[in-house]
Design a protein around this ligand. Sequence first.
Ligand code: ZN
Length: 204
Amino acid sequence: MTQEMSESQRTLRLIQYPHPTLRYKAKPVRKVDFELFTFIREMFDLMYEHNGIGLAANQVDLPYRLFVINLTADPSERGEELVFINPEIVRRSGSEEAEEGCLSLPDVRAMVRRSKEVQIVAYTPSGDEINWRLSGLLARAFQHELDHLNGVLFVDHLSPSESLSVRPILQDLEKEYAEALSKGQARPLEDVMARLKELEVART
Ligand code: ZN
């Protein structure tokens, strides 16, 4: 049996800016069960479909502190898959600027300054503690994804001039979302929040 799932079998979908869950502070995971494993698998599949290297739970409308990374963006490289549950940065050093994009903000790319190295703590789905020092692209991806869990987007870190240059794209996305809301194609804020609270009760 293949582990790939067809789109119709999926329970998760990618959400885009300015969906309110992207601004939600995700809660620590206290219970790892079969459903959570299913979510993690679906997150990887969605990430590969959109050529991403990282995906946080908020981006699939889930309120949990967890994200997945595969720097190769290649679904055949299963050995490169990393899952971080309840991740934290315990130490930072240096700083470095590089271009970033985000699956929740299609067509936006901009330079972001981040710590060059980070000492991190997290848990694997089987409950093992990870205690790593990260640098390079993995350090950047980790910081980008951890931001998501705190309701922070990479566009929040831009310089005033970069901020100005991406503004029109954000405004278009905001307009699209407002239209979807008015047509009943997007769920109202109260519904989004009520669902997140329900999911939290189940697992945090
Ligand atoms: Zn992102």
